[in-house]
Design a protein around this ligand. Structure first.
Ligand code: GRF
Length: 195
């Protein structure tokens, strides 16, 4: 057995968790050399949390309370990350904006996937916005998270042409297919310093 220590990863989700599942699958089939130490959600009912538990992965919920500062709501996430000795924080459909002070605690160690060719169409409705704008193409961007929203050094990008008659659903399906291939591959390169 090699002495090699796998990078320890926390995945943050809010919903379905299909990217989380693709990353877990890549760890299991050897395409991604990493250990998913915990899956954290701001939504205790996120379907992705149940999927993570079914896959035997530890989970945690960090429910955000209204009326208190973002930084306070993030404390449980930061504590879990420290406690579990996490090397990389991977956002996979995490719908809360992380505060600058959270990002500063883990500089260069937070990765995000966004369903557009950033800087085009940042924000929570990128696919709808691209369709409404009549854009020719959508895309996928994987980037390091900095203190601005959907912003930071880009690690990988892939364009996805928009077809006549595309709906949010049909386009999202093609985007997801690209994400599930591109995210594990990019993480492998990042964790093992090939990018
Ligand atoms: C993905 O399209 C990702 O780009 C965006 O949120 C979506 C999450 O999907 N940030 P899933 O929960 O991984 O299925």
């Amino acid at each position: 057995m090699s002495e090699h220590k796998k990078p320890r990863v926390a995945i943050l989700i809010s919903g379905t968790g299909s990217n989380m599942q693709a990353i877990v699958a890549a760890c299991r089939n050897g395409a991604l050399d990493a250990e998913i130490a915990v899956v954290i959600s701001d939504n205790p009912d996120a379907p992705g949390l149940a999927k993570a538990r079914d896959a035997g992965i530890e989970t945690a919920s960090a429910v955000y309370e209204r009326g208190i500062p973002r930084e306070k709501n993030e404390q449980l996430i930061a504590e879990t990350i420290r406690q579990k000795k996490i090397d990389w924080i991977v956002l996979a459909g995490f719908m809360k904006i992380l505060s600058a002070s959270f990002v500063r605690q883990f500089p260069g160690r937070i990765v995000n996937i966004h369903p557009s060719m950033l800087p085009a169409f940042p924000g929570a409705h990128a696919i709808r916005d691209a369709l409404e704008a009549g854009a020719d193409c959508a895309g996928v961007t994987i980037h390091i998270v900095d203190e601005m929203v959907d912003h930071g050094p880009i690690l990988a990008q892939e364009e996805i042409p928009i077809r006549p008659g595309d709906t949010e659903k049909s386009l999202a399906e093609r985007i997801h297919a690209v994400e599930h291939r591109l995210y594990p591959r990019t993480l492998q390169q990042l964790f093992h310093e090939d990018v």
